[in-house]
Design a protein around this ligand. Structure first.
Ligand SMILES: Cc1cc2nc3c(=O)[nH]c(=O)nc-3n(C[C@H](O)[C@H](O)[C@H](O)COP(=O)(O)O)c2cc1C
Length: 320
């Protein structure tokens, strides 16, 4: 019988978190904005909005579109640029009682390495996540996260700039996410965030105009959850580093799917827009779930989905 409370703690490289929940980049500010509404002592960390070398105004509006089971967004990485960010934003994080993870975006390998080094050098920043779902100007705008070689080169360059935990965030908009994950791990990633948004588009049938100013965008929320769970499962089968599973998590049951598929921690993004208390509820309920099953830690359920039946389907397929 378990006598102490089950542990929810998780390690991502050198970064130890009391709770296995990270607030998704672009969805939680630095946490200060949510502090009046939620108990941030019960979250693992906040991943900050991605920052780039130069300031960016972002995409034309509208930037958000409601969809039947989530949202389409095309913010366009609006941010003040790394100089202003380090001078004016990052100092505010020094006194926060929760951990903040910086997020880096860029348009060349050099951009990523430059921003990563400067961000990681700051004590206020506990770890760095690489948002590699950006186009590389040096290779005809190909998305870093969609090409194994580009992924490896950007991760290697950033790895050389810091010893802090480096989380690499993968895109679902690929054929073989496991191959990209292996490249990221081989190039020095400490953890993988799986997944970023799924590409999407919506058109107004009255005006014939795309509903997003940028025409296309990224889908998030419950609609993408099965895509994300599969991606985590596929990555977990090849990667040996921890995975932060995310995509459409709204409830503890949703989070459990990700742990069982192989995630060591989970990310919560879009759900925070409708209920900022979801993360603390998930923390409490995860502990109850483990306690009721006499399990000592969250690690005991990671990757434990019973997928043995898959062999049956393969067998039946062969027969046909
Ligand atoms: C409005 C919005 C802005 C986002 N901005 C970023 C960003 O700047 N960098 C990043 O890596 N991911 C960004 N994301 C992706 C989320 O962090 C998350 O990976 C994705 O939305 C899937 O999780 P969810 O369904 O829980 O939101 C953004 C998502 C939304 C909805």
């Amino acid at each position: 019988m378990v006598e102490t409370k089950p542990s929810l703690a998780v390690k991502l490289g050198k970064l130890r978190l009391e709770y296995p929940t990270l607030m998704g980049s672009g969805c939680y500010g630095s946490g200060q904005e949510f502090a009046p509404f939620a108990n941030l002592n019960k979250i693992g960390a906040v991943v900050l909005k991605s920052v780039t070398r130069l300031p960016r105004l972002g995409n034309p509006t509208p930037r958000l579109v409601h969809t039947p089971a989530g949202m389409l967004n095309a913010i366009g990485l609006q941010n003040p640029g790394i100089d202003w960010y380090l001078d004016h934003e990052v100092p505010k994080y020094a006194k926060l009682p929760w951990r903040v993870v910086g997020s880096v975006a860029g348009f060349s390998v050099d951009d990523y390495a430059y921003v990563c080094e400067r961000l990681a050098a700051r004590d206020e920043i506990a770890a760095v996540e690489l948002n590699i779902s950006c186009p590389n100007v040096a290779s005809e705008g190909e998305t870093f996260a969609c090409d194994p070689k580009l992924t490896a080169s950007v991760v290697r360059a950033c790895r050389a700039t810091t010893d802090k935990t480096l989380i690499v965030k993968l895109s679902p908009n690929v054929t073989d996410i496991a191959a990209i994950a292996l490249e990221a791990e081989g190039a020095g990633a400490d953890a993988l965030a799986v997944i970023n948004t799924v590409r999407g588009m919506s058109i107004d049938a009255e005006t014939w105009h795309p509903r997003l100013g940028n025409v296309t965008g990224g889908l998030s929320g419950p609609a993408i959850r099965p895509i994300a769970v599969l991606a985590v499962y596929e990555v977990a089968r090849v990667a040996t580093i921890p995975i932060v599973g995310q995509g459409g998590i709204e409830t503890t049951r949703d989070a459990l799917e990700f742990f069982l598929a192989g995630a060591a921690a989970v990310g919560i993004g879009t759900a925070n827009f409708t209920d900022p208390r979801i993360p603390e509820r998930i923390a409490d309920e995860l502990r109850d779930y483990l306690w009721n099953r006499n399990l000592a830690s969250i690690g005991e359920i990671v990757g434990k989905a019973n997928v043995g039946f898959a062999n049956v389907y393969e067998y039946e397929g062969d027969e046909g």
